[in-house]
Design a protein around this ligand. Structure first.
Ligand code: FE
Length: 293
């Protein structure tokens, strides 16, 4: 029984917020909502008040991850597990909950040092439907599957696996061995907490950034093709071209974000099988395109 129910939101530190707003709206089709603070904005993809919180900083990397639990009792259970494991955490202040627009939250560092927020009660705005940043055939697929998935570089994958399974209650194991002459290599672990095949993956694969990629899923495959056409038309670099993964069957491609890390734009994610299996390659495609120069 999973404690965490979904990947709720992500905080991203970006160097060029203006470039990010254009990329988020015109390439990804996300809704950009300006903030009173000019160095910040939020991105919507469904009825949630916010799914991505962008803050202008020099990091061009992950700021924090928000993992949702069902309610106050589930947050209490998470705190009990943390205390039993001797892992430090703090209960979020009213001001911190206000910033995230959640009813309750705790904050801690995961074993890789990622600022991890476990929360319940996100603000949703069912009277304010998602307004895509550009034309789309359908919408993003979220619902009980969360915003998508995030993939992280971690120093000690086995330690991270213990944390995400024993404390946050996810399920998963090694599913891929990456072997790329000019890209990341190593074993990748995949973790699930809902009907999405995985909400988190991590490995010690030699990425310079903590954040390897973020994945969002589309309802319709036409939107993956449309986004790829837009990327090609606008000259946005693609790091991994269209293809289909072995483990989650996703058909996707990966354009490069203004922060240098990549965004997986995909369709057709399968549910988790519930038992371990691994592969050395995908089903088709996903050709790695080395950076120019
Ligand atoms: Fe992915």
């Amino acid at each position: 029984m999973s404690v965490v129910t979904e990947l709720g939101y992500l905080g991203l530190g970006v160097r060029d917020l203006a470039a990010w707003k254009t990329f988020a709206a015109n390439v990804l089709g996300l809704e950009v909502v300006p903030d009173d603070n000019p160095g910040r904005c939020r991105l919507r993809m469904d009825y949630w008040y916010q799914r991505f919180i962008l803050t202008e900083s020099g990091s061009d990397d992950l700021d924090f991850i928000g993992w949702r639990v069902a309610n106050a009792q589930a947050l209490d259970e998470t705190q009990r597990r943390l205390r039993d494991a001797g892992i430090a955490y703090e209960v979020a202040t009213d001001e911190q909950c206000e910033q995230r627009q959640v009813l309750g939250m705790i904050r801690l560092q995961d074993p890789a040092g990622v600022l991890t927020e476990v929360f319940y009660g996100p603000r949703v705005e069912t009277g304010n439907p998602f307004y895509p940043g550009r034309r789309m055939h359908g919408s993003f697929l979220t619902g009980d599957r969360g915003l998508g998935h995030v993939v992280l570089e971690v120093p000690d994958p086995e330690r991270s696996e213990r944390f995400y399974t024993q404390i946050l209650g996810m399920r998963g194991s090694i599913e891929y061995e990456l072997n790329r002459p000019n890209g990341p290599s190593g074993l990748l672990y995949f973790m699930s907490c809902n009907p999405r095949q995985h909400s988190l993956a991590f490995g010690h694969v030699g990425s310079k950034k903590r954040l390897i990629h973020v994945m969002t899923e589309l309802e319709r495959i036409e939107d993956v093709g449309l986004a790829r056409d837009i990327v090609k038309h606008q000259g946005v670099p693609i790091r991994i071209d269209i293809g289909q993964h072995h483990n989650d069957h996703t058909i996707s491609f990966y354009p490069v974000t203004p922060s240098g890390w990549i965004w997986e734009y995909g369709w057709g994610v399968s549910p988790p099988s519930g038992q371990a299996e691994w592969a050395k390659a995908g089903i088709w495609g996903h050709e790695f395109v080395p950076p120019a120069g």
